[in-house]
Design a protein around this ligand. Structure first.
Ligand SMILES: [Zn+2]
Length: 240
């Protein structure tokens, strides 16, 4: 695969140890075009970057060496990790995003992404479950890569978690209906999600539920914990 280098100075100067790299975070740019995205990711005053940018034709642009820290995740949490930049590799996919005109990701773009993911997974021994979306680690602020991103397809190649209908069979609902919400959020903690507590507001909880559904029930993104939503969370929480 041909990778074009177009280095950005928006990164750490020091290199990190390979063992610090544990996650791959997938984003969309939310910008009008690749040209505009590239400009922003290389502009010193924007203070943002990513290791890779993949355009709509599947062209892969390397902006920051993977051993250096790129500035893509911002304020974020997953399990005990805070501000995941130092422990992750960030990949941006060109897409106008929810605020402009959210597009389907192209097949060429996804093919490019999977090639890069395969390479990174092998090189840094990244676990399948550690391929995440920006909205997973910053659910109150971010929607990317969003409900059009085909996590199911990627999971089949070993990038990210998924479930099958069969996996959900036999999972039981808590005895009391009102316990569903509590059990759901307990599951989310076990999966890795943060930014909520039992006493969080309805608004905060709603955003976290939406982030979860954007990822795992992309055809019904809303803030309702249905029986299926609950079952998916239970299955994922029990996965080793
Ligand atoms: Zn992002």
């Amino acid at each position: 695969m041909k990778i074009i280098k177009s280095l950005s100075l928006n990164s750490s100067k020091k290199v990190r140890k390979s063992s610090q790299i544990k996650y791959v975070i997938i984003h969309y740019t939310g910008m009008q075009s690749t040209r505009v995205s590239l400009k922003r990711l290389r502009n010193l005053s924007s203070k943002v970057s990513a290791h890779y940018l993949i355009d709509r034709n599947g062209k892969v642009i390397n902006l920051v060496e993977t051993k250096k820290i790129a500035w893509h995740a911002g304020k974020s949490k997953w399990f005990g990790f805070n501000n995941l930049n130092k422990n992750s590799i960030g990949i941006e996919l060109q897409n106008k995003g929810h605020n402009l005109n959210y597009q389907n990701f192209t097949l060429k773009q996804l093919a490019g992404l999977m090639k890069i993911c395969k390479k990174l997974k092998k090189k840094y021994k990244i676990k399948s479950k550690n391929f995440l979306g920006h909205s997973d680690i910053a659910p109150l602020r971010k929607k990317d890569p969003g409900e059009k991103f085909p996590w199911k397809k990627l999971s089949k190649k070993g990038f990210g978690e998924w479930y099958s209908e069969k996996d959900l069979k036999g999972i039981e609902e808590p005895d009391e209906k009102k316990d569903r919400e509590r059990a759901f959020f307990t599951n989310l903690k076990k999966i890795g999600y943060r930014y909520f507590t039992p006493s969080s507001s309805k608004k905060v909880k709603g955003l976290v539920i939406k982030a979860f559904k954007r990822r795992f029930e992309p055809k019904s993104v809303n803030d309702k914990i249905t029986l299926k939503t609950f079952k998916i969370s239970s299955f994922l929480a029990k996965k080793p």
